[in-house]
Design a protein around this ligand. Structure first.
Ligand code: M6R
Length: 606
């Protein structure tokens, strides 16, 4: 999604803005722009497409020279990607960059047109810029406060006023924004990686706090102009972790990081062989008393939630409902103060997941967040947080975040099952030990890479695929299907294998490859029958299963074996070939693996 940066200090502002924006490219965008103070004027440059287009334009046209300015990468919401719709937007007196969506922008636009303003873009952002201009009477903070009382929606705003060439103003609601603190230089950014090359110190801007950023200091006030004193945070983010480190793509690097990520996530939460989540505020006492668990998330995080449902229900015998966050928030779910709502999010900024958290709080439930990004909005607002320690995930396709989310689900399920008396201490320790062995087995699973590459070479000409599975394997088939379609652009559907006969099997021909996930021993016979059914209708069949399985000849065209662990833990290894198939198919098709079209890493709008 959109990225915001801003700089004030002695360095070449344009270069700093471009460098900082390049660190936000992974979030997904379709145009970029900057506004820099140059000889008392605001010089604006924008370009559709990648950041390099903006760089080229600056070289060919004009590269502003100055020491204070703002920059933006835009992911189109209102109006197509174009030079005109790119940010910054503004008037002669003000220029802004914006993340989020202004819900009542049409009313504001109408009002401003009535006051004689004209608009050049189709964006909601331009209305905020013009509204700031309308209210501006020489005091930027006054104009911001009046503007905030009129606008509705989500926003992070970086603002510069022509009359204040050494200041950036910033404010946010429902969209993240940080203020980077340097030595005689300061920054704004929507995400820490943008400023890490310059400083590790930053302030977290809270809702409707107004920041005035100058070269030598940052001042904060509330919407009544009362001064706010804030504490500086220090980021421990590993800069190297945000580089490709010799891999061709971030996705491949992140797939290979899974053993370490899982180990780092679970190791501190195992004490004397038992799961222990007390540092996250979770105790056996609380876990045994919940009436029901809701798991709410989007995309891949929701699939991790589905694994959680199977495992918690199977082991802890506690009812679990999994919801897509964008559905949960509008379906008036029957959540009570006796329930636990678990929200799962890599970024911790997903708009729908955040809204689900708010709804759960309104209904009096406790919210546990499973989040990767430290200090993100969801982590800060939840009652309890289990941080996954996957490190920065840059590729839009989520891989290592999924594995660590599942790992946390297992720890929770084991602890809950023990707390509720559903499993003995010995069994709990046994399962926990098996989970601790998983990182090594994930490493071993990587050996299937060549086979996955071969399978990918068979898939690149397909226009549509089916993924099938039963039980836990069905959730994994959903994840495999999502991964493939989001980066390779090959249409795929995932089906509960037993459901095929109720309609979808009519699609199966020799032009429809079918990837089956068949790792659950109690469901294996049924799965084999389902695979036979599609095979007999001409499908090219690829089966992911436990090692050393024996099948009758002629059913499986390709078999991808993964190490055998206890069934309940199989998703931890099964996901690897599914990720690799998606990865290699995309590479062979020559597509942009890490930044697929139309997608953003962090979906901060509804
Ligand atoms: O940051 P989140 O975990 O909340 O993001 C949720 C989804 O947007 C995300 O998992 C998405 O589905 C991935 N691109 C899938 O690979």
């Amino acid at each position: 999604m959109c990225g915001i940066v801003g700089y004030v200090g002695e360095r070449d502002c344009t270069e700093v803005l471009l460098n900082a924006l390049s660190k936000l490219e992974y979030r997904g965008y379709d145009s970029a722009g900057i506004a820099v103070f140059e000889e008392g004027k605001i010089s604006v440059q924008k370009a559709k497409g990648e950041l390099k287009n903006l760089r080229n334009k600056l070289e060919e046209d004009h590269k502003p020279e100055g020491h204070c300015g703002i920059g933006h990468t835009r992911w189109a919401t209102h109006g197509e990607p174009s030079d005109i719709n790119s940010h910054p937007h503004g008037s002669k007196r003000v220029s802004i960059v914006h993340n989020g969506i202004i819900e009542n922008y049409k009313d504001i636009k109408k009002f401003l047109i009535g006051k004689g303003y004209s608009f050049v873009s189709e964006t909601d952002t331009e209305t905020v810029a013009k509204l700031l201009d309308y209210y501006y009477n020489g005091d930027p903070v006054d104009a911001i406060i009046k503007t905030l009382s009129d606008i509705r929606g989500a926003y992070a705003l970086g603002i510069i006023f022509k009359d204040f060439p050494n200041k950036i103003f910033a404010v946010r609601k429902d969209s993240p924004l940080i203020i980077g603190v340097g030595d005689e230089e300061n920054f704004i950014a929507s995400d820490v990686p943008a400023i890490l090359q310059y400083t590790r110190k930053y302030y977290l801007l809270e809702e409707n706090e107004i920041a005035t950023i100058m070269e030598d200091r940052v001042e904060f006030c509330d919407i009544h102009k009362q001064e706010i004193i804030k504490e500086v945070n220090i980021s421990d983010l590993d800069m190297d972790a945000a580089e490709k480190g010799g891999y061709e793509h971030f996705m491949l690097k992140e797939i290979h990081e899974q053993p370490t990520a899982v180990k780092t996530t679970i190791a501190p939460r195992i004490v004397e062989g038992m799961p222990n989540l007390s540092e996250c505020g979770i105790t056996e006492e609380t876990l045994k008393n919940y009436r029901k668990v809701f798991i709410v998330a989007c995309g891949t995080a929701m699939h991790a939630g589905m694994v959680g449902k199977y495992v918690i229900e199977r082991l802890a015998r506690c009812e679990v409902t999994v919801d897509i966050a964008s559905e949960f928030r509008y379906r008036n779910p029957i959540v009570t103060p006796q329930d636990l709502v678990i929200v799962v999010s890599q970024s911790g900024e997903t708009a729908d997941t955040k809204a689900a958290l708010h709804l759960a709080h309104e209904k009096g439930a406790k919210v546990l967040a499973i989040v990767n990004v430290k200090g993100s909005s969801i982590a800060r607002e939840a009652d309890m947080v289990i941080y996954t320690h996957a490190g920065p995930e840059i590729s839009v396709a989520s891989t290592k975040a999924f594995s660590v989310q599942m790992a946390v689900m297992y720890l929770l399920a084991f602890e809950m099952a023990y707390a509720k008396g559903e499993i003995s201490k010995e069994r709990c320790m046994e399962l926990t030990k098996k989970l601790s062995d998983i990182p090594e087995l994930i490493e071993k699973t990587m050996e299937c890479a060549d086979k996955c590459q071969y399978v990918a070479s068979k898939l690149i000409t397909a226009s549509s695929l089916l993924y099938i599975g039963r039980g836990l394997d069905y959730t994994l088939s959903m994840e495999g299907s999502l991964k493939l379609k989001e980066i390779s652009y090959i249409h795929s559907e995932s089906y509960a294998a037993g459901e095929l006969k109720h309609g979808t099997i009519s699609l199966v021909t020799d032009e429809m490859p079918v990837i089956s996930v068949a790792t659950q021993e109690d469901l294996l016979e049924k799965m084999v029958s389902n695979i036979e059914e599609v095979k007999s209708r001409g499908a090219y069949t690829i089966t992911v299963c436990k090692e050393n399985m024996e099948f009758s000849e002629g059913i499986m065209d390709e078999i991808i074996e993964v190490p055998a662990v206890e069934d309940v833990l199989m998703p931890m290894v099964t996901v690897v070939p599914l990720q690799l198939i998606a990865y290699y198919t995309t590479v062979l098709k020559g597509l942009n693996v890490d930044k697929p079209r139309n997608l953003a890493k962090s979906v901060t709008v509804e």
